[in-house]
Write a protein that binds this ligand. Structure first.
Ligand code: HEC
Ligand code: HEC
Ligand code: HEC
Length: 286
C-alpha cells in the first residue's frame, strides 16, 4: 500500500479548529530543534498497525482535557471525575505505547488532578490542567513535525508510471517530462513552429494520461480527484488548444496553456507537491 494515511490527513485539517478552543498557544523559542521520534512509535501507525492508534489516542486526550475544563467551569463534579478517569488512562498510555517517552509525561499531575476534583477545588483543577497541557505542548513542539512527516504525509518515491511503450518511470521523471513539454509548446508558439507545438501538445496529453493511472494508488475507488484535475474540463481545454494552434492563433493558444498550467499543474501541486516538498525538507536523507 503506497498511501498509508489519506484519511488521517483529512482529519488533520479539521482538528486545529478544536485545538483553539482551550489549549494555550505554545510560545516556543523562535528556533526549535526538531527531534527524531523513537522507532517504537511506528507500530502505532499504518501500515504496521491496522489503525492510526497513536493519533486517535491524541484525539481522545484533547477531548478529555476539554470535557474536564468545561465541567470544572460548570461545577459538575461527577461528570468531571468521569472524564478525569479516562484522561488518566489515556495519558499513561503514552509511556506504555512508547517507553522512550516516559520522561515526557508527569503522571503525578493526574493524581493531583483527581485529588483536587474530589475536593471540589475547581481553581486548582484548572491550574493542574494547565500544567498537564504544558507537558502536551512540550512534546508536540519538538516531536510532532517529524512524526507527521514520517508517518502521515504521502510520498511518491514508490510510484512507478508506465509510458505508452510500457516503460516505467518515476513520478519525478514524469514531472520533469511534463515541464519540458509545457515549455516546448510555449517556445514553439513564440517562434511560430506550429508542427512542433502540435506534437508537444500530444506528448503532454499522453504524459498526463500516464500520470492519471497513478491517482488511484492513493485515492483508491474515489473517481472524483482524478476527474477534478484530469477530467472532462481538462480534455476540453486540450481540444481547444489543438484548434488554436492549428489555426495559428498564438495569443489564444498561450492563454489556454496558462489555464492548463493553473487547473492541472498548480491545482495538483497545491495539495500534493507542497506537502511532498515539506516532507523532503524535513526528512532529507530518505
Ligand atoms: C498528482 C498531481 C500532480 C499533477 C497533475 C502535476 N504535478 Fe508536478 N508534482 C507533483 C508532486 C507530488 C511533485 C513532487 C514529487 C516529488 O518530489 O517526488 C511534483 C513535482 C513537480 C516538479 C519538480 C520535479 C522535481 O524534479 O522535483 C515539476 C517541474 C513539476 N511537478 C511540473 C509539473 C507540471 C508542468 C505539471 C502540469 C503539466 C504538473 N507538474 C502536474 C504532483 C503533480
Ligand atoms: C510524548 C509526546 C506527546 C505527549 C506528552 C502528548 N502528545 Fe499529543 N501528539 C504527539 C505526537 C507525536 C503527535 C503527532 C501525531 C500525528 O500527527 O500523527 C501528537 C498529536 C496530537 C494531536 C493531534 C493534532 C492534530 O490536529 O493532528 C492532539 C489533539 C494531541 N496530540 C493532544 C494531546 C494532548 C491533549 C496531550 C496532553 C494531555 C498530548 N497530546 C500529549 C505526542 C505527544
Ligand atoms: C501518494 C498519494 C497520492 C497520489 C499518488 C495522488 N494523491 Fe491526490 N491527494 C492525496 C492526499 C493525501 C490528499 C489530501 C486528502 C484527500 O483529500 O484525500 C489528496 C487530495 C487530492 C485532491 C483534493 C481533494 C479532492 O478529493 O478533491 C485532488 C483533486 C487530488 N488529490 C487529485 C489527484 C490526482 C488527479 C492524482 C493523480 C494524477 C492524485 N491526486 C494522486 C494523495 C495522493
Amino acid at each position: 500500500m503506497i498511501c498509508k494515511n489519506m484519511k488521517s490527513i483529512a482529519v488533520f485539517l479539521f482538528f486545529p479548529l478544536l485545538a483553539a478552543l482551550w489549549v494555550a498557544p505554545v510560545y516556543a523559542d523562535a528556533m526549535v530543534s526538531l527531534k527524531q521520534p523513537p522507532n517504537s512509535l511506528e507500530q502505532w501507525y499504518k501500515p504496521a498497525n491496522k489503525r492510526q492508534v497513536w493519533l486517535h489516542t491524541m484525539f481522545r486526550l484533547r477531548r478529555e482535557m476539554q470535557a474536564i475544563a468545561e465541567y470544572a467551569e460548570q461545577n459538575n463534579q461527577p461528570a468531571m471525575q468521569k472524564w478525569i478517569k479516562r484522561l488518566d488512562e489515556d495519558y499513561n498510555k503514552i509511556a506504555d505505547m512508547v517507553p522512550e517517552w516516559e520522561d515526557q509525561i508527569k503522571p503525578r499531575l493526574l493524581s493531583e488532578l483527581e485529588m483536587f476534583a474530589e475536593k471540589g477545588d475547581m481553581p486548582r483543577v484548572g491550574k493542574t490542567l494547565e500544567m498537564i497541557g504544558r507537558t502536551c505542548d512540550d512534546c508536540h513542539t519538538y516531536y510532532q513535525p517529524l512524526v507527521i512527516a514520517t508517518y502521515r504525509s504521502p510520498h511518491y518515491d514508490d510510484i512507478k508510471l508506465k509510458d505508452s511503450n510500457g516503460k516505467e518511470h518515476s513520478f519525478e521523471d514524469n514531472m520533469e517530462a511534463l515541464s519540458a513539454s509545457v515549455n516546448r509548446i510555449l517556445i514553439a508558439l513564440d517562434d511560430g513552429q506550429k508542427p512542433v507545438a502540435l506534437q508537444a501538445r500530444l506528448t503532454l496529453l499522453e504524459q498526463l494520461q500516464n500520470l492519471g493511472e497513478s491517482c488511484n494508488s492513493c485515492h483508491k475507488d474515489d473517481e472524483y480527484p482524478r476527474e477534478r484535475i484530469l477530467g472532462k474540463a481538462t480534455e476540453e481545454r486540450f481540444t481547444t488548444l489543438q484548434a488554436s494552434i492549428s489555426e495559428g492563433r498564438v495569443k489564444d493558444s498561450q492563454k489556454m496553456m496558462g489555464e492548463i498550467a493553473v487547473t492541472v499543474c498548480a491545482r495538483c501541486h497545491n495539495t500534493h507537491r507542497i506537502v511532498s516538498d515539506l516532507r523532503d525538507a524535513l526528512l532529507p536523507e530518505k
